[in-house]
Design a protein around this ligand. Sequence first.
Ligand code: GLC
Length: 442
Amino acid sequence: MQPVITNLLDEAFQVLQDNDRSSYTQPAVDLYPHQWLWDSCFVAIGLVHKDPQRAMIEIKSLFKGQWANGMIPNIIFNNDPAYRTDRNIWRSWTNPYAPDNIATTGITQPPVLAEAIFRIGEKLSWPDRRTWYESVFPYLLKYHQWLYSERDPHQEGLVLQIHPWEVGMDNTPPWMSELQNHQLSWWIRLIKDTHLDYPITRFRRDTKHIPARERFDTLEALALYDIQRRLRRKAYNIQQILDHSMFAIEDVGFNAILIRNNQLLENIAKSIKYPIPQPLLSSFKKTRQSFNQLWDDLNQIYLSRDFITHRLLNESSIAGLLALYAGSIPLDHAKALLHHIQDKHSFGTNYPIPSVPINSYWYKPDRYWQGPTWINTNWLIIDGLLRYGFIEQAKELRQSTLSMISNVGCYEYYNPDNGSGLGVVNFSWTAALAIDLILSPI
Ligand code: GLC
């Protein structure tokens, strides 16, 4: 191993150790003190290389926050009195399914859980693997059943999301343009028209840690909290939320991740001979079939769509490339996505892969999910490229990802033009996935 890579490996393990809160790992110490769903899955994928027991704890602590209906929330709040405001913003206890004595949000995040469970299993000897799978499978199954029962109400195969936080890409263009065009409350429009957002920015907590231009802008932040407040008013009851025709999008990235994780769930079930109910298997199949309705032939990319009207949302983003991770798309579509990754006018930047293509009106290389390169999406795409047999391209992306991280450190995201580190430093999933990329050579 080259010395720079050895250094990165040591540094990455150190980041995970520093962010370790014994039952879970904070994504970053000050800015993200709670437990996040997909963060913990990525963390477990890195941790398992050193300490499978600790990786199992990371996953099992997610189940403490699971709701009685199967939902796993995107955040399980730290109980410290210092975070009472965060818990009160959500008031998860107003929903009868929420767990007692543990405060959570009322929404979920991309389902990479089966991936983490599967990868932990692969590092164990067979008897331990079986025990591990058997101990977690009922929770995993219940979660996927919830995704279909609540989030695919018309049984069309694609699951819907009700907040951009559910797709883990808070200010991603397809969601932001829908928000601006259809969902902005009158008071946010007023703030916009009167430019009151500038003084409000001074009260933001996140911009005390990170320069404002690297986060979502204040109007976007207000809009995100406004939708959250509307969901809270309905006590996170999906029926009521949909009856009031609130925001509902079938996100391409979320559904791509679901397809692959359905497959992994099936693999786990098979290895422990656990029967999956037939209706759920039919839903899995339907998702794989319906996913191709998200293909935009004109732009040769997958797009998200509006749940009610089925209109494709005409903004490309990294979510469309996650179709490679799904593994179920036709080869010619996979090749077209690869072309986007290599095209200098699209996603082919110096430090790939940007969260938004450079030919998009939205592209801003420093701003959160509107341009910067993130390590989790690179990791998912590398995994997808490998399964499609694009080995050289996967190797290249792995190499560029690792050198980008080792140049500047484990940042939250990176500038795709010059590779500088952005957002918080010592970010857990960057460290964890760097470990996995280093220790799983292609
Ligand atoms: C941000 C990211 C989200 C992540 C969370 C914690 O909100 O957009 O994907 O889970 O931070 O790291």
